[in-house]
Design a protein around this ligand. Structure first.
Ligand code: SAH
Length: 357
């Protein structure tokens, strides 16, 4: 089989996509072309994020060859804009008909791209639209990297400063390809490791592997409950990796990396927004010196509880702050375009089932 099976393609029969190969693999796949031309092509596609047609310094024949032999992996199914143009969300169709989402968010001080690491997700968190519709497949390196390339092009002239793995999927369930994509985004696309955040629901072996990597990316853990009994119900993976194990692996990560850890907490009305929830969270967050990000839940089709109203979101934050925990309230972005994890795809599927080839 081809040289990029291990890290690049999503499965054996998948095509090799434009952003799957490493620089060396790219040169091997396009053998027969002069090295300096391949360097020009690589730089144009990755560093500048140019479209193939705009690489006018290359001979037309080479542009055509790249276009045919290394096709793009993402076809736009829908592009929606909200928050006065500050949030853009794409629903992409993959070569085999599966769908994923990418979101571009502009803030005053930064521009963030939220990428998917899998089509669907096997973690089955009850409140999450992606979790509700199940797992399709892992994304390839190229399918992850291309999300950043295309969002970055759409973002111009504003520069993309941050990448968060908070789209569809569990990045640590697709560790090798996610990590290869992180290295590519860092080295070839030029986004600093400290501006890349991987968010996990608590896959302990993934956190342990991350602790051994050289690149100092940020780790976010989606916590939502700080006691096992409640968390088991909301986040089924907690049965396999309960809070004590999760805490130990987070502590090992902190020892090894000396990076800040953050906890994500989607506030669900009457579910995890009680003062006892804040107290449990504060104790854990203090032990790990974790920063807490609070976001009111976006309601999803399969979980009809609403998000905590904003006045009580601030009360919850103040209670944490009063106990010595750093906590930030995140604005929900793109609510009217279903920008929460998996929601655009979920709402599309109600009217338009995914096309399969
Ligand atoms: N699987 C990874 C990354 C994808 S989810 C993880 O769990 O961290 C990205 C974030 O969106 C997580 O913090 C997740 O809990 C949150 N999320 C999922 N559904 C949501 C919803 N309906 N409202 C608010 N946040 C949600």
């Amino acid at each position: 089989m081809s040289l990029i099976d291990a890290s690049g393609r999503s499965h054996r029969d998948a095509p090799v996509l434009r952003f799957d190969p490493t620089r060396e693999e790219f040169a091997e796949l396009l053998h027969g072309e002069p090295r300096y031309r391949l360097d020009q092509a690589w730089t144009g596609l990755h560093e500048r994020g140019d479209k193939i047609d705009n690489l006018t310094n290359l001979p037309k024949a080479l542009r055509q060859r790249i276009d045919e032999e290394l096709p793009l992996g993402l076809t736009p199914e829908e592009e929606s804009v909200s928050d006065d143009g500050e949030t853009v969300k794409w629903l992409w169709r993959l070569h085999d008909g599966h769908q994923i989402e990418t979101v571009l968010m502009h803030y005053d001080d930064r521009t963030t791209v939220c990428v998917s690491s899998q089509a669907g997700c096997a973690m089955a968190c009850s409140f999450c639209a992606t979790g509700q519709s199940g797992f399709d497949r892992h994304l390839s390196v190229g399918e992850i990297v291309e999300q950043v390339v295309r969002a970055r092009r759409a973002s111009a002239p504003r520069r993309v400063s941050n990448i968060v793995f908070m789209g569809m999927g569990e990045p640590f369930a697709n560790y090798d390809r996610t990590w290869a994509a992180v290295e590519r985004i860092n080295q070839d696309l030029g986004i600093g490791a400290r501006h890349i955040t991987i968010s996990t629901v608590g896959v302990v072996p993934g956190i342990d592997r991350l602790a051994k990597e050289d690149l100092p990316v940020n780790l976010a853990v989606s916590l939502h409950f700080a006691n096992d009994e409640d968390r088991n119900k909301l986040v089924p993976l907690n049965v396999r990796y309960p809070l004590a194990m999760l805490e130990e692996s987070c502590a090992r990560y902190l020892d090894a990396k000396n990076r800040r850890l953050s906890f994500e907490w989607a506030l669900i009305d009457g579910v995890n927004d009680r003062s006892s929830d804040a107290d449990e969270l504060a104790i854990l967050a203090r032990r790990l010196r974790a920063h807490v990000n609070l976001i009111p839940l976006n309601p999803t089709p399969g979980y009809l509880t609403r998000g905590t109203p904003m006045d009580r979101v601030y009360e919850f934050r103040d209670r944490l702050t009063g106990m010595g925990v750093n906590a930030t309230v995140r604005r929900t972005r793109g609510t009217e375009i279903d920008a929460a994890c998996g929601q655009l795809r979920a709402s599309r599927q109600l009217v338009d089932p995914p096309r399969r080839r």
